[in-house]
Design a protein around this ligand. Structure first.
Ligand code: PEP
Ligand code: MN
Length: 344
């Protein structure tokens, strides 16, 4: 159920509704919007009796939610969410670029790439501290040593640090030293990890599982939001199909499909989405053209020496060219729709 407050409702009236929801043992999720506040309700397994709310002061409408979504939906928040990470944003008018190596391998490598990322004007640096690898015998990430390097990069370049939490204990460390928690494709339905990220104050970048439907992906975002963290960024990174010319099939139609359902920002990762460097720039251009709020791009100072995802890494020069092109594409597009700032 969803309670829509009148545009004239006072904070006091909204608080009174929130109190009642809590008193009956449910969880309120007030979402202020440009014109009105709506309050989502979670914690109920069956239908909630909406009548008790209908005549409360400030309530405009009580809507029974028949879709599987309660919090990601435009019904709750008709304006796009802008996720703020310090002074950077994802989902606003600024194109969000998250770039860096697949994994932090050494100080020299990470600094060389971070320098290129900063020079491009990007605000976010990505790099695996822990790597979820298919084989236990391949490079698993530097762990603590990578954190030391990440901390230096954050200080030296002022970039926001995005890294993947492979398990729940990693979330604690990202909260200490990082800016955005990435949940990887392999963990998209790791529900305890999603809930832990949902209890964090940091934004969560949720990658699509490699065989996930749109509904499964959005319900994974619901797990995070139901815990009270509304700063979720969706990342399309390709799904597995019969195609053999790419590592994954980048599902660009997911971007407009999500736009029709959800207020959450969506970015595209053409690096994992194709698995091969020569396709990254064409698909990055397409991702922006289709309306993504940003891109995740893997860059390496020496791609041929990368310890993971070597074939898909761009050189700093290729990356710089990509950034120029996607900005050019973005500048020809119509201004984004009305937006509001996430309140979390
Ligand atoms: C990554 O971003 O390095 C990564 C492992 O991505 P995915 O979870 O999309 O495979
Ligand atoms: Mn990678």
């Amino acid at each position: 159920m969803l309670i829509v407050m009148k545009s004239s409702a006072t904070a006091h009236e909204t608080d009174a509704v929130v109190d009642i929801i809590e008193t009956i043992g449910l969880r309120p999720h007030p979402m202020p919007g440009a014109t009105r506040t709506a309050i989502g309700i979670t914690g109920n397994e069956g239908p909630v009796d909406g009548q008790r709310f209908e005549n409360l002061p400030g309530v405009a409408e009580v809507i029974r939610v028949t879709k599987p979504y309660k919090l990601i939906t435009l019904d709750l928040r008709p304006d796009k969410t802008i996720v703020r990470v310090g002074d950077a944003t994802i989902g606003g008018s600024e194109l969000a670029i998250i770039a860096g190596p697949c994994a932090i391998e050494s100080r020299v490598q990470a600094f060389a790439v971070a320098e290129a990322v900063q020079r491009s004007g990007a605000r976010f640096f990505r790099g695996g501290v822990w790597k979820p690898r298919t084989s236990p015998y391949t490079f698993q990430g530097l762990g603590d040593k990578a954190w030391e390097i990440m901390r230096e990069i954050r200080d030296a370049f002022g970039l926001k640090i995005v890294t993947e939490a492979v398990d729940e204990s990693h979330v604690d460390l990202i909260e200490k030293h990082g800016d955005v928690i990435q949940i990887g494709a392999r963990n998209m339905q790791n529900f305890s990890l999603l809930k832990r990220a949902g209890r964090s104050k940091l934004p969560v970048l949720l990658k699509r599982g490699m065989a996930a439907t749109l509904e499964e992906w959005l319900l994974a975002a619901e797990y995070i939001m139901a815990e009270g963290n509304y700063n979720v960024i969706l990342c399309e990174r390709g799904v597995r199909t019969f195609a053999q010319h790419t590592r994954n099939t980048l599902d660009l139609a997911a971007v407009p499909a999500i736009r029709r359902i959800s207020h959450l920002p969506v970015i595209v990762d053409p690096s994992h989405g194709t698995g091969t460097a020569y396709m990254v720039t064409p698909l990055a251009r397409a991702g922006i053209a289709v309306g993504a709020d940003g891109l995740m791009i893997e860059v390496h100072n020496r791609p041929e020496l990368a310890l993971s995802d070597s074939a898909q890494a761009l050189t700093p020069a290729e990356y710089a060219q990509l950034i120029e092109e996607v900005h050019a594409i973005r500048s020809t597009m119509a201004p984004m729709q009305k937006q509001v700032v996430s309140t979390n």
